[in-house]
Structure formats: C-alpha cells, structure tokens
Design a protein around this ligand. Structure first.
Ligand code: SF4
Ligand code: ZN
Length: 343
C-alpha cells in the first residue's frame, strides 16, 4: 500500500520528516521547510526592509541551502533585501579551492554578487602554511579566529548591514553541549542567540536563519532540490572534541529526535547567576577589532606565527600582551614555552 502525504493527501509520500515524523510528498516537504525558516526570520525579526545581507557561503550543504532559501523567501515574501554571497578562502589546497568553485557556480545559479576574502591577503598566512608551523592539533583555533574577522572585513568592504550564516540546529545543540562540557559560561550564554547585535565598530550583526532546521532535513532539502553543493570534509579537520559532542548528539537523536531541540531550549533557558564575572568588551590596541583583552585573539595568533612562537595565542598568555605591545623582548624561558610545538 503506498503511503500518501499526510499534508496534501493526494500525492505519494517520499520521505518521513526527521523533525516531526510526518510522511510527506516532495512539494509539501519543501513548503514546510521553507515556511519554518520564514517563521524563524519573521518571529525573531532578523532583517529589515532595505538591508544588504551577506550570506556566508562555503559551498557546503548548509550555506548552499541557506542561499537558496533566502533567495526564494526574499522574492516570495518581498522582504526587500539585497542579497550577496560572502566567502572566505582559508588557503587549504584540495579542499577550499574546490569548494569555492561550487560557490562560484552558486553565484551563477542564484544570480547573486560574490565576494571572496582570503587569509593570505588579510593576514599573509594560508592555513596550509599555518598547519606547517603549528601542526594538526590547534589549527582550527587559528582558522576559527581568522574566519570570524575575515567575514567581518569582507562584509565591511561591501557595506553589508548583516551577515547570515548556515548554522543549523545540530550545530547550535553541539555548541551548547561543548560549552557545558568546558564550563564556558560566557559562550554558553551567547551561543544560542539567533542574532548578535552590533558589538561596536567593525563587528557586523550576525544571524542564523537555519537555527531550528535539522541537519538531516537540510540534506534532504538539498537532495530533492538537486542543489549543487560540495560535501568533502576539510583535510585538516581533527577537532576531536567537537566530533565527540557530535557523535553523542547523533546517538541521542537516534533514540529521541526531539533531543536536538531539547538541548537548544535548555541552552536558551540556562541563565547566568548575578555576580558571575563576564569579560568586558573593548577594542584591540593593534587592529581595532573588538576584544576583551589588550590585543585581540587574531593579533596574538599572528604575532605568534610571525615570531615563530606558535603557542602564543593558545591558552592564556594575557600577561604577555603588554610586552608584545611595547615590543619588549621576552625572557628565554617565556620564549622556550611558546616555541614548543609538542601540542
Ligand atoms: Fe579551518 Fe579547522 Fe574548519 Fe578546516 S576544519 S576549515 S582548519 S576550522
Ligand atoms: Zn587585533
């Protein structure tokens, strides 16, 4: 007996929605998925008419679905937004160069302007070169810090009002778990936010329209829409800790699909006790980017790379910031500690 779509009752169901368990036909699934993203955008008031919105585009499934859905909804509901694609080239041979080819095709398919900013032009270092110096354990720390600033700088060049990224419900739930496991209260409070306000000069507000979309549904949407995306993993992707959080979450989801939403809601509702010390935001004395220390993380990481002291930005070396700024020499012991690449 064929199963009919539980929504339209006329067409055959081709899938069971991972989020709700409903059997749906293709068209009703597209409709339900798009409508939920629209509701997320409207209820959180993510955008205002007339804004220019940069879509962080990596060529992967999340950002490709995001670009596609944003374009569809902007036209269907007349949001009045100018959309463009914003990509970061980390300089990872055999990975990012290929995925950027996908972004370039998406640019043609969706007819959106595209801006690519590269680590090489912004920082003078590619990830390939960084991995040669720091090894494969802390590379994602460098990459994550640099990417955040790179997106902001690209967005500023294009005078973008907001950046939206393809973070999905699984990503957010994973991050909640990781911050709980690390006891990182400041990040825990921020990581579930659907949008961040402008935190000062040089930081552009960001939002996550796919915050409540399940990864499995994003994959189904991309598959049935035949979207053109790139699905290879980064060749430098060890990130073991996140991997464990991910596996753990997938195990929970297999037993109870609502686990993903439950973790997000728990993260949203955890409040921080009065009197817990939170870092205060200032600006980096060197580059002007927001920072809770004298120097921003990117400047410290770069200083470490350029001086052959790759551990400088890993762990807590805040007390050295004053010396770096004043260009004072480090002691032999300090240098020795920072040079060790046994990490
Ligand atoms: Fe960068 Fe790590 Fe992501 Fe690769 S896995 S792109 S190195 S953050
Ligand atoms: Zn800085």
């Amino acid at each position: 007996m064929p199963v009919f779509c539980s929504s339209c009752d006329t067409k055959r169901a081709v899938l069971k929605r991972p989020k709700t368990g409903h059997s749906l036909c293709k068209e009703c699934f597209f409709g339900a998925f798009e409508e939920e993203v629209h509701q997320t955008i409207v209820s959180a008031r993510l955008f205002n008419r007339g804004e220019t919105v940069g879509i962080g585009a990596s060529g992967g499934k999340d950002s490709t679905v995001l670009a596609h859905v944003m374009k569809v909804l902007n036209e269907r509901y007349d949001y009045g937004l100018s959309l463009l694609l914003l990509s970061v080239d980390e300089g990872i041979t055999g990975y990012r160069d290929d995925s950027l080819e996908t972004v370039k095709r998406n640019q043609q398919q969706y007819d959106l302007p595209l801006k690519i900013v590269s680590y090489e032009e912004l920082y003078g270092w590619t990830m390939d070169a960084i991995v040669k110096q720091v090894g494969l354990k802390n590379n994602c720390t460098f990459c994550g810090v640099f990417r955040r600033q790179a997106l902001d700088r690209g967005a500023m060049m294009l005078k973008v009002d907001k950046i939206c990224t393809g973070h999905n419900a699984d990503d957010v739930a994973e991050t909640v778990l990781m911050n709980v496991l690390r006891g990182d209260i400041a990040r825990l409070r921020r990581c579930t936010a659907i949008s961040t306000a402008s935190e000062g000069d040089g930081v552009i507000p960001r939002c996550k329209p796919l915050k409540y979309a399940y990864e499995k549904e994003i994959v189904l949407y991309a598959y049935f829409k035949k979207l053109d995306y790139f699905s290879t993993e980064c060749i430098y992707s060890p990130n073991a800790y996140r991997g464990h959080a991910r596996t753990f979450l997938k195990d929970l989801e297999a037993v109870r699909p609502s686990a993903i939403m439950d973790v997000i809601h728990s993260g949203e509702n955890l409040s921080v006790r009065e009197g817990v010390r939170m870092p205060t935001q200032g600006t980096c004395a060197r580059c002007g980017y927001i920072s809770s220390q004298a120097l921003c993380k990117a400047c410290v990481l770069l200083e470490g790379l350029n001086r052959g002291l790759p551990r400088l930005g890993i762990g807590k070396h805040h007390r050295l910031h004053g010396k770096i700024l004043a260009e004072q020499p480090l002691t032999e012991l300090e240098e020795r500690k920072l040079r060790a690449v046994d990490f």
